[in-house]
Design a protein around this ligand. Structure first.
Ligand SMILES: Cc1cc2nc3c(=O)[nH]c(=O)nc-3n(C[C@H](O)[C@H](O)[C@H](O)COP(=O)(O)OP(=O)(O)OC[C@H]3O[C@@H](n4cnc5c(N)ncnc54)[C@H](O)[C@@H]3O)c2cc1C
Length: 409
């Protein structure tokens, strides 16, 4: 028998995340949507609580900090390892937190997408050294978005000092102003293609690294989005994540390992935000006498109820794909295809559902008395960053057809 219930062992964690979302995030949601670029100081307390849970082991997967895959031959006892099911726990708790507020989740100290990159590709020594560091992720450049293999930021080894010297500009860095460090993608040698792209942990305050401006955005306004310039910015060689070797056979493997971890997280954000819209819309429909009946065919119900049921079916598909991608990671199965499927489905239906809920609630949906209009604005980014809808579909097609990126562009 197929059991589609959430795994029982995560119910406490998910329940706690839901309480936090309801009691700590929702009450400040509108305030920081309006006060763009103001740091939500309430998150410091929340981050400390999550740190405490993680220390005790009770909160593994409580945030977006990323999960370390435990497949190295030599295990350093000083490096925290993931408990079984940590990917699943992460996506489930993130969905709950985003039921509260996506922008605030993206502003949580020490829970940046760069933390997932560190968890994915750092060696044991680096994992220990960067533990507790809040890391943003800087891939996108003025001339390079979806085509991330084309980045122009360079990292040149200065053999006299043993430092890499970074030069280039990164745009749209989530938490780029507030975080402690940024994981920067740079090429060691552009002529060697994607295999030469490596990621570097650059601590804030490193000379030559300057935050130039913050973006004004449609949604996730609680989250800062920065442009950062690197001019002869020197980082120790030990801050290159993973191996410095340029191995054409490995290609983009390190980078892709990061995406396999982060895409299910972003899918979970979309699932959580869409769930929030559905829950509130059902309440609003009930208030005006529209009951959604799960035991009767949609065609026999009102148009509003039928539309709602169709959106819930889309939501369920996105939800299950997200859980599947995380479950595969927990069970050490390659999940690139499933991570992209989850991100594509959840990103798309997340936008459709949140906007559909605005439509169903009409004037109430469009006004600021409720959060429906905000959730529709917030969810759009989840279909854009960490690879757009179109790019995820391209990846899925390549994987299914067995074609390389050169063969299917
Ligand atoms: C609020 C926000 C936060 C962000 N945070 C981060 C972050 O933390 N770190 C980071 O590195 N980046 C971040 N980004 C950047 C984001 O990842 C990019 O915007 C995204 O990858 C798309 O790149 P682009 O905007 O250059 O669009 P483009 O790549 O120029 O794409 C434009 C359009 O063309 C489509 N397209 C492109 N190539 C193809 C193709 N081959 N086939 C079909 N369609 C195609 C795209 O899907 C898109 O619809 C953020 C962006 C925003 C808006």
């Amino acid at each position: 028998m197929i059991n589609l219930d959430d795994p029982q062992k995560f119910r406490t964690l998910v329940g706690q995340a839901h309480q936090v979302a309801m009691n700590m995030l929702r009450p400040i949601s509108r305030r920081y949507d309006r006060a763009e670029h103001e740091y939500p100081k309430e998150l410091d307390l929340l981050a400390a609580m999550i740190d405490g849970l993680s220390e005790s082991g009770a909160g593994e997967g409580a945030g977006a900090v990323g999960v370390r895959r435990d497949d190295s031959a030599e295990r350093d006892p000083g490096v925290k390892r993931s408990v079984n099911g940590a990917h699943l726990a992460s996506v489930m708790s993130i969905a709950e937190m985003c039921w509260g507020d996506v922008g605030l989740l993206l502003s949580m100290p020490r829970q940046g997408l760069g933390n997932s990159a560190i968890a994915s590709v750092a060696n044991d020594e680096q994992a220990k050294r960067f533990e507790g560091v809040w890391a943003g992720m800087a891939i996108t450049e003025p001339g390079t978005g979806s085509d991330s293999a084309n980045i122009r930021t360079t990292a040149t080894l200065d053999s006299d000092t043993g430092c890499y010297v970074l030069n280039g500009e990164k745009i749209f860095v989530t938490a780029g102003d507030r975080c402690d460090a940024v994981v920067v993608w740079a090429t060691l040698d552009r002529s060697l293609g994607r295999a030469a792209i490596k990621s570097f942990v650059v601590p804030k305050g490193t000379p030559g690294m300057n935050v130039e401006r913050l973006e004004h955005k449609l949604g996730i306004r609680a989250s800062d989005t920065a442009t950062i310039r690197f001019e002869n910015c020197r980082v120790p060689a030990e801050n290159l994540l993973g191996s410095p070797e340029i191995d054409p056979r490995q290609g983009f493997a390190g980078a892709m390992a990061t995406f396999d971890n982060t895409r299910p997280l972003v899918a979970a954000m979309a699932v959580g935000c869409a769930r929030a819209s559905l829950d509130l819309t059902r309440e609003l429909l009930e208030q005006v006498g529209v009951e959604v009946d799960y035991d009767r065919p949609a065609i026999t119900q009102s148009a509003a109820a039928a539309r709602f049921l169709q959106m819930e079916a889309d939501w369920e598909a996105a939800h299950l794909l997200t859980l599947q991608a995380a479950w595969m990671a927990d069970n050490r199965k390659p999940n690139s295809l499933e991570a992209s499927m989850a991100k594509a489905k959840a990103g798309r239906v997340g936008s459709d559902i949140t906007l559909g809920c605005v439509e169903l609630a009409s004037s109430v949906g469009y006004s600021e008395t409720e959060l429906l209009e905000k959730w529709a604005r917030d969810s759009k980014i989840l279909d854009i960053f960490e690879g757009t809808q179109q790019i995820q579909q391209l990846i899925v097609a390549r994987r299914i057809l067995g074609l390389s990126s050169a063969e299917l562009k």
